[in-house]
Write a protein that binds this ligand. Structure first.
Ligand SMILES: [Cu+2]
Length: 195
């Protein structure tokens, strides 16, 4: 009996180790631009993901969108808060460059929050029609595998299952760059973006 238990425990440990070995990280650096960028794994044919439950908040405070860039998984509801004494508006002219996906959330006073569920992938340039100088971004990733780089461009996407993917880097005002990345444990992918 004891022996069977020991055997089962050994087998469980082996199973856990092989699971751990079948996923890794994608890390690297985005250069050619300064400040934060976004890196994400593009849609994977035949693969869907559970609906995200987190609802990140973008605040409008001191006449700026805070944070300036938020990256979310497709299907995420983002809540837009106004913490200023003045009324703010939120609208976007396109999603992923598609102008048909333009939307105006309206204009609302201090303390109010309005949600929006982002069902389409791509970068969403946030604007406020009351304050033309205000700008922010929601970047909607088609997969749960995404990262915001640090200010020097370094990023790490964790728990990516082994496989072959297309990975895209985005930066405000620059052209997207996509490249194939084969993940087998820990992998590297660097990007150089330009306007
Ligand atoms: Cu505003």
């Amino acid at each position: 009996m004891k022996r069977t238990l020991t055997m089962m425990m050994v087998m469980a440990v082996i199973a856990m180790m092989s699971l751990a070995a079948s996923a890794g990280t994608i890390s690297g650096k985005v250069s050619g631009v300064s400040g934060e960028s976004v890196v994400y794994v593009d849609a994977i044919a035949g693969k869907t993901f559970p609906a995200p439950t987190a609802k990140p908040v973008i605040d409008q405070k001191g006449l700026v969108f805070q944070p300036h860039i938020v990256v979310v998984e497709q299907g995420t509801t983002v809540e837009f808060l106004n913490s200023d004494k003045v009324a703010h508006n939120v609208f976007w002219p396109s999603v992923g460059g598609n102008k048909k996906l333009t939307h105006n959330l309206g204009t609302w006073p201090q303390g109010e929050k309005r949600p929006f569920k982002f069902d389409n992938a791509g970068a969403v340039p946030l604007l406020c029609n009351v304050h033309p100088e205000m700008a922010g971004y929601v970047v909607v990733s088609p997969t749960p595998y995404f990262a915001l780089t640090d200010k020097s461009g370094e990023y790490k996407i964790e728990n990516v299952p082994d496989g072959s993917y297309t990975v895209t880097a985005w930066h405000e005002g620059a052209k997207n760059q996509s490249k194939p990345v084969a993940v087998a444990g820990d992998s590297k992918a660097d990007f150089t973006l330009s306007k």
